[in-house]
Design a protein around this ligand. Structure first.
Ligand SMILES: Cc1cc2nc3c(=O)[nH]c(=O)nc-3n(C[C@H](O)[C@H](O)[C@H](O)COP(=O)(O)O)c2cc1C
Length: 165
């Protein structure tokens, strides 16, 4: 199982969240291959992306939307085929009312246009969490570590259910 995490991070919070997601996947599924790609700083690994069954997108919230760098990545992604892959989204923000839902929905809409299968990250035992995606609020992202880890684990679990025969 390969899972790509495509994200943008300027001051490190979304990157920290991505690392917790990776930890959550690997803790439960140590055979998984997870690649974190900060597309603000590097090109995505297109071979790994093509081989990934799931792609998790992450962004800081900017003006209640995804960051312009992630939007730019989507806008330049015409030739990157993500059809049929499982997709999920997470964001970090300064405020719980700063637009986390609208930013996640914006990312999910872009995934739909790419033909992806959308997953909230919801787990079997935690129906109240991750109703549309995962969030971290404020400077101390580590407060949300457990939630990001669980989100990653749930995405991996659903990836296996869908793709492993
Ligand atoms: C240009 C800009 C716009 C922002 N707009 C919002 C916003 O609308 N709502 C919010 O809650 N936080 C907003 N923030 C705060 C960031 O979303 C937050 O600090 C985020 O965790 C930063 O992620 P990073 O450390 O991965 O770059 C904004 C930050 C910047 C730089």
């Amino acid at each position: 199982m390969k899972i790509s995490v495509i994200y943008v991070s300027q001051t490190g919070r979304t990157e920290e969240a991505a690392e917790y997601i990776q930890d959550g996947i690997l803790a439960r599924y140590p055979f998984a291959q997870v690649k974190l790609m900060n597309v603000r700083e590097e090109e995505a690994d297109l071979d790994f992306l093509a081989q990934s069954e799931a792609v998790i997108f992450g962004s800081p919230v900017y003006f209640s939307s995804m960051s312009w760098e992630l939007k730019k990545w989507f806008d330049h992604s015409f030739r990157i085929d993500l059809k049929g892959k499982l997709g999920a989204a997470f964001v970090t923000a300064q405020s719980p009312t700063g637009g986390v839902d609208t930013a996640i929905m914006e990312i999910l809409r872009h995934m739909l246009v790419k033909g992806m299968l959308i997953f909230s990250g919801m787990g079997e035992s935690a129906a109240h969490k991750f109703q549309i995606g995962a969030i971290g609020i404020g400077k101390e992202v580590e407060k949300f570590a457990g939630q990001f880890e669980e989100f990653g684990e749930n995405v991996a679990q659903t990836t296996i259910k869908l793709f492993e025969k």
